[in-house]
Design a protein around this ligand. Structure first.
Ligand code: NI
Length: 387
């Protein structure tokens, strides 16, 4: 591991930021305290601070002569999870928790900002992008809509995420789709209620809804080329109030995941056909709403090549996987990659016995990877913006 010496010197400070942010988690668009810390620290490093994009977003601009511009991104938001840990830095806010390590991503990027502002071994402009609301609310999309890349142009953009289950400090990336597109849907089946003992007076929406759940599975298993990937999961079904009444209506919702834009585009009309066809076959009616949330996170080839080279310098070639398997989770950095070429990668958060996945009430970010991520970001800048 080649950690920049100056960065290891403030490993403790990065850990303090991380623990402080962890103890005070804030969820989507409420990251006021966190963004105050980020703005305060960036200001102290002598970095120009811009606030207000997507409510709590912060952009730090560090310019050193003329040269290309680069965007480095961290997410700041926590999750509505009740923390099960009992260490000193556990959440002080009931029902909110940094269960995805965004506390670590924020501290890591602050560490890189501190080092880069001190040393300035680059020519060009760095935009340190601290975004709100990565978890489901698309803070990155909102920042872009509010002018992120018009106000702070970037020729390339880079992001990282910790990954439990991978050895501490290893790097994992791939060109093309690394994470899935994430969409949601709602289905309301309307039939005709009746006494449960006289079903012939009803059009039973419970039966129709059950057929629809089964029918939707045949889209991915029978209509999609088996060499492609997509998931359709119905995750909630609500209907009826008691055991002897057939209700009028059943409501369902769920999510889809896919990698290729053409597969994603194909899902909604395929689902609509199955929903309408089954409802009609049973004399019921159905309403189908499909909401496009996050596109898939698609890494660009040149930038992924640069990221792989830097990762190998930092962690050693044997600890870099340049062809890691994609994952079905989603990430709103995808919106940035739609606008600006770049690379998003995973840094191993630790593997082995007792490893805890993100979004789990017992999860914690591994402080050992703070200087690794900060070194990666810093070396990236010193390479892409070589003086
Ligand atoms: Ni996350």
């Amino acid at each position: 591991m080649s950690i920049i010496n100056r960065i290891s010197e403030f490993h403790e400070q990065m850990t303090e930021w991380r623990h402080d942010i962890h103890a005070h988690p804030e969820i989507a668009f409420e990251e006021q305290r966190t963004s105050d810390i980020v703005a305060r620290e960036l200001g102290q490093f002598g970095i120009e601070v811009h606030r207000g994009l997507a409510k709590t977003g912060v952009v730090g601009v560090l310019k050193n002569g003329d040269g290309p511009s680069i965007g480095l991104r961290a997410d700041m938001d926590a999750l509505p999870i009740h923390e099960a840990n009992d260490f000193d830095h556990r959440s002080k806010h009931d029902g909110k928790m940094h269960a995805c390590g965004h506390d670590g991503h924020t501290s890591m990027l602050l560490g890189a900002a501190k080092y880069l502002a001190e040393t300035r071994q680059f020519k060009g402009t760095i935009n340190f992008i601290f975004q709100p609301a990565e978890e489901g609310e698309g803070g990155a999309r909102v920042m872009i809509e509010e002018g992120l890349f018009d106000k702070f142009p970037c020729q390339s953009v880079y992001g990282v995420h910790n990954m439990p289950g991978k050895d501490t400090g290893t790097f994992h990336m791939r060109t093309g789709a690394l994470m899935a597109a994430y969409d949601t849907f709602e289905i309301t089946v309307t039939g005709r209620g009746s006494h449960a003992a006289m079903p012939h007076h009803s059009i039973d929406p419970v039966v129709v809804a059950s057929k629809i759940v089964g029918g939707l599975q045949s889209i991915t298993s029978r209509n999609l080329n088996p060499l492609e990937s997509a998931v359709i999961s119905v995750t909630q079904i609500h209907g009826g109030d008691t055991n002897n009444v057939i209700p009028n209506r059943v409501w369902m919702e769920g999510t889809t995941r896919s990698f290729k834009p053409e597969v994603r585009d194909w899902l909604a009309p395929s689902m609509q056909r199955v929903v309408d066809g089954i409802a009609q076959a049973y004399g019921a009616s159905a309403e189908f709403d499909y909401l496009r949330r996050y596109p898939s996170t698609i890494n660009h080839s040149a930038e992924t090549g640069i990221a792989a080279k830097i990762a190998a310098e930092v962690a050693g070639e044997a600890r870099v996987d340049i062809n890691t398997a994609p994952v079905m989770g989603a990430e709103d950095f995808s919106f940035m990659l739609e606008k600006v070429p770049g690379c998003y990668l995973f840094i191993g958060n630790g593997a082995g016995e007792g490893v805890c996945m993100v979004h789990n009430p017992s999860y914690d970010f591994n402080d050992e990877i703070l200087p690794i991520g900060a070194t990666y970001f810093s070396r990236l800048v010193e390479t892409v913006l070589a003086a």
